[in-house]
Design a protein around this ligand. Structure first.
Ligand SMILES: [Fe+2]
Ligand SMILES: [Fe+2]
Length: 172
């Protein structure tokens, strides 16, 4: 198969797959925490986030394959499994999304420095996706902070404002 992307770009894309699947596991851990706290809407929200991260990882692996590179299904990094509060968990999630945004920007820079405009173009979807991810997590953190000890207010907020992925029928 002809190869449209060089090794440096393939390695950078595979490294991002590690981050996406790690994010998936982190969101799963947060979803389980909220499930244990009997906060079903928060749990559902983070289960959906986990699914989205899985789809992001798959999207990258599929692109590497289509472009003739070698996709690597990775071992993932450690994730946090103990939380003291909803705020701590959601803050971690927001910081994760901000970190991923920087990683995607670095990937774009790598593609551009290699004159790889096919990868650059493919990554644009991720650039736009990060705006939505950071924005929705930042909104959730605001609501959690405002709710204080009464997390039923957060549950109510999520019930009235279902996550976009849900509104779109679970599409990425
Ligand atoms: Fe992602
Ligand atoms: Fe994300």
């Amino acid at each position: 198969m002809s190869t449209l992307i060089n090794k440096k770009v393939v390695d950078a894309l595979n490294a991002q797959v590690v981050e996406e699947f790690t994010a998936q596991n982190q969101y799963l851990a947060i979803a389980l925490y909220f499930d244990a706290e009997t906060l079903p809407e928060l749990s559902h929200f983070f289960h959906l986030q986990a699914q989205e991260e899985h789809e992001h990882g798959l999207k990258l692996l599929q692109y590497i394959t289509d472009a003739g590179g070698h996709p690597v299904v990775p071992a993932t990094k450690e994730v946090k499994n103990h939380f003291e509060s909803a705020e701590e968990a959601v803050e971690l999630a927001l910081n994760q999304e901000i970190k991923v945004t920087h990683q995607i920007n670095n990937l774009v820079a790598t593609a551009e420095s290699e004159n790889d405009y096919l990868t650059r173009q493919t990554l644009q979807w991720f650039v736009t996706e990060q705006l939505e991810e950071v924005s929705s997590m930042s909104d959730l953190l605001n609501v959690v902070k405002r709710a204080g000890d009464n997390l039923f207010l957060v549950e109510d907020f999520l019930r009235r404002n279902p996550h976009e992925a849900e509104a779109e029928g679970g599409e990425a």
